[in-house]
Write a protein that binds this ligand. Structure first.
Ligand SMILES: O=C(O)CCC(=O)C(=O)O
Ligand SMILES: [Fe+2]
Length: 266
């Protein structure tokens, strides 16, 4: 994959792949949908990399695989997500650290950015949805005051299979809810969540205060999405500490102690 060439060529996009309308939408809402930032072929390649990550043997201390019970078949466990795989996959590592994605994120953040975390949400057939939240509610303020996530669509995401739903409110500059719990109806009174369907290769950028949610996937096909979260380099490189903390508080399934209960919160 050539991860360097910007896909848009308007004169004022010289500093990165996002154009003035993209930047204006982000400034107004805290998110923006960049259609076709990757080609369908590039998205298919990212899909093959995801298959390769699924096929990697699970080893305690390495990439982190989380499972969930299928809502369509209570007997079946399916992969919910995999995190911390960049050190074990050169293709992902390249696309995450160079080319269009960090270039776009740096346009949005206004300075050099570093990777905070990476995950693939699989939302397999029967995979659960996500209650409304701001990502910053998941204890991220321990690490930095602001993050930007690039959501890279691998499989077409639709209303039926649980695409992301974004807020129609003006951009929030801070938390509107409590840490570690989903947003309440009162906290959401000022906005509606609007489904944002995406095609393979589309990238949805959103900051860590942009409220969002998604529905379960009750279709018979997986809905894979890659999430790459960055913070300003000036705020420090927290990736290793974040994953050390997460491994301790919410370890992947193979690192769990028998008899202990682990609950996903936000
Ligand atoms: O993948 C989804 O449907 C939403 C995921 C999400 O918001 C999250 O993991 O924070
Ligand atoms: Fe989220």
């Amino acid at each position: 994959m050539n991860a360097i060439t910007p896909t848009q060529s308007a004169p004022d996009t010289r500093d990165g792949p996002l154009g003035p309308q993209d930047l204006e939408h982000y400034a107004r809402t805290g998110w923006l949908a960049a259609k076709g930032l990757f080609t369908a072929e590039e998205a298919a390649e990212i899909g093959r990399w995801s298959d390769a990550v699924v096929a990697m043997p699970e080893v305690p201390g390495e990439h982190m695989v989380y499972y969930e019970k299928s809502l369509l078949d209570a007997e079946r466990k399916v992969i919910q997500r995999i995190e911390n795989f960049c050190p074990y996959h050169a293709g992902f590592d390249g696309v995450v650290r160079g080319g269009r994605l960090p270039a776009a994120v740096e346009q949005l953040m206004g300075g050099p950015a570093v990777l905070f975390k990476e995950k693939i949400n699989f939302k397999m057939a029967g995979g659960a949805g996500f209650d409304p939240h701001q990502d910053q509610q998941a204890g991220w303020s321990t690490y930095a005051a602001m993050f930007v996530t690039a959501l890279v669509c691998i499989d077409r995401a639709t209303v039926e299979n649980g695409c992301l739903e974004m807020s129609d409110a003006p951009r929030y500059a801070g938390l509107i809810g409590q840490e570690w719990v989903p947003l309440t109806a009162d906290e959401m009174a000022a906005f509606k969540l609007i489904p944002v369907e995406t095609e393979p290769g589309d990238v949805l950028f959103f900051d860590s205060y942009a409220p969002h949610a998604s529905k379960p996937n009750l279709t018979d096909q997986q809905r894979r999405i890659l999430y790459l979260t960055y913070n300003l380099a000036a705020d420090g490189d927290h990736r290793a500490q974040y994953y050390a903390d997460k491994r301790a508080s919410f370890p992947p399934d193979i690192e769990r102690e028998a008899g202990r209960e682990y609950r996903f919160r936000v």
